[in-house]
Design a binder for this molecule. Structure first.
Ligand SMILES: [Zn+2]
Length: 426
């Protein structure tokens, strides 16, 4: 589930859906995943009979549409034999249960050790139940879809998951189905049928929009029809809305596919090292990683081009990559503006011989980017708009002597090209 509030208008969403999903598409495998078992937002449903009714209704819709689901259990929310019986209903219906931690922590908020301990406690609890049914815990779903906000945290969980035989199941169609639950339950309890109708309309419009846009995004990334993984929650609004949603999905060419088929697809199995917030769709992570890589390559290309310009004695071309307002720092002072940078170089290196031969070697790069929010309130990484790069420069004179040092370059994307905004050379 995402953590931002919903903000959208049905009109805008409806227009986007009709534009993005025209006509029956080719058959797309779709894995349905259901989070937060036994019952999502369980505090709204303390009555065991209500929890049982919701579970039965969800399972009935899944059966009607022949959906083989993977459902993820928050073990700390399994509060007694009645809840265990609910989980056994999912198993009896042929669905697979996966681990969703013990207490649903946000990996951005706690350290790796505490997080792994919580996830392991969830696994151990669920494993006890599954063993009695001859099954094992194969799958894990990251709460809030955050896989770790540092490389070390990312690696700690990947190592733990590998050792414990659990596979992380990503989400490609992230949505906010969970955010309708409280309003839906209130409207139903107040017998507000108009309110329920309105919520139903919003739920369907929002889910269709997410399915259409995130399918389109994934297929653009890979240039082919690819499987998708839909995130739903085990809630009451779902028990009333899944039937219409699944019927619509079938009409758009989606085929409910088992986990093993979908997870084996190379697009879904794409490795990424996205170590940041927000969580969200796998496609955002893949797209972000591609953009980061592209940005690093582009600035590395610029450095190569600069060295080539220098080595043919073309200082104007060498300085063309500086922004008009660039700032150049050295231990001896500061130059402001491209022209001042060029003047400084021209004064220091008046002849081709004085320039010698320059080599620039990128050592480390970091991208600057932020968080954007969709119409529906889903957070996603923005495009990369800045790169700071540490490089080693080496200048060889004609007599073979060499000087070397480090430089920190800050690049910003301006009008489709990268320009150096700041250069600190030492
Ligand atoms: Zn969850």
């Amino acid at each position: 589930m995402m953590w931002l509030c919903r903000m959208f208008s049905i009109g805008v969403v409806a227009a986007a859906v009709s534009a993005a999903a025209q006509g029956p598409a080719p058959s797309r495998p779709l894995l349905v995943t259901v989070d937060d078992l036994p019952v999502a937002m369980g505090h709204l449903h303390n009555d065991p009979a209500e929890r049982e009714r919701i579970t039965k209704d969800l399972l009935a819709v899944l059966a009607r549409h022949h959906v083989p689901a993977v459902a993820f259990v928050i073990w700390g929310n399994v509060s007694g034999p009645a809840d265990v019986a609910l989980l056994e209903r999912w198993l009896a219906a042929g669905h697979e249960l996966g681990n969703h931690s013990k207490s649903h922590p946000d990996y951005s908020d706690i350290g790796a050790e505490a997080y792994v301990a919580d996830v392991e406690a969830g696994r151990a609890g669920l494993a006890g139940l599954l063993e009695r049914h001859g099954r094992t815990v194969r799958f894990f779903r990251f709460p809030y879809l955050t896989e770790g906000n540092t490389v070390a945290k990312l690696d700690a969980m990947r190592e733990y998951l590998g050792h414990s035989g659990q596979m992380s199941v990503p989400v490609t169609i992230d949505d906010q189905d969970w955010s309708y639950e409280e309003r839906w339950v209130q409207a139903r309890r107040a017998r507000d049928s108009e309110g329920m109708e309105r919520i139903a309309e919003e739920y369907q419009a929002a889910l269709r929009h997410e399915v259409a846009t995130q399918t389109e995004m994934g297929e653009k990334l890979f240039g082919r029809t690819i499987p998708q993984i839909l995130l739903l929650h085990a809630n009451e609004v779902g028990s009333a809305q899944w039937d219409a949603l699944f019927t619509w999905l079938e009409s758009r060419g989606y085929r409910f596919a088992p986990a093993d088929e979908v997870l084996a697809d190379p697009a879904i199995a794409t490795s990424h090292r996205y170590d940041n917030e927000p969580g969200g769709s796998l496609w955002y992570h893949v797209a972000h990683e591609r953009q980061s890589k592209e940005a690093r390559e582009q600035v590395a290309d610029l450095l190569r081009a600069q060295a080539v310009a220098w080595n043919r004695g073309d200082l104007a071309a060498f300085c063309a990559v500086y922004d008009e307002d660039a700032v150049f720092l050295t231990p001896s002072g500061l130059a402001r503006g491209r022209q001042a940078v060029l003047d400084r170089y021209t004064a220091r290196y008046p002849t081709r011989d004085a320039m010698g031969t320059l080599a620039l070697e990128p050592l480390e790069a970091r991208e600057a980017w932020g968080t954007e929010v969709t119409l529906l309130g889903d957070a996603f990484p923005s495009r990369v708009h800045g790169v700071s790069l540490v490089a080693r420069w080496t200048l060889r004179a004609a007599d073979g002597s060499a000087r070397t040092g480090l430089t920190l370059l800050v690049f910003l994307r301006r009008g489709g090209r990268w320009l150096i905004m700041q250069d600190a050379s030492m």
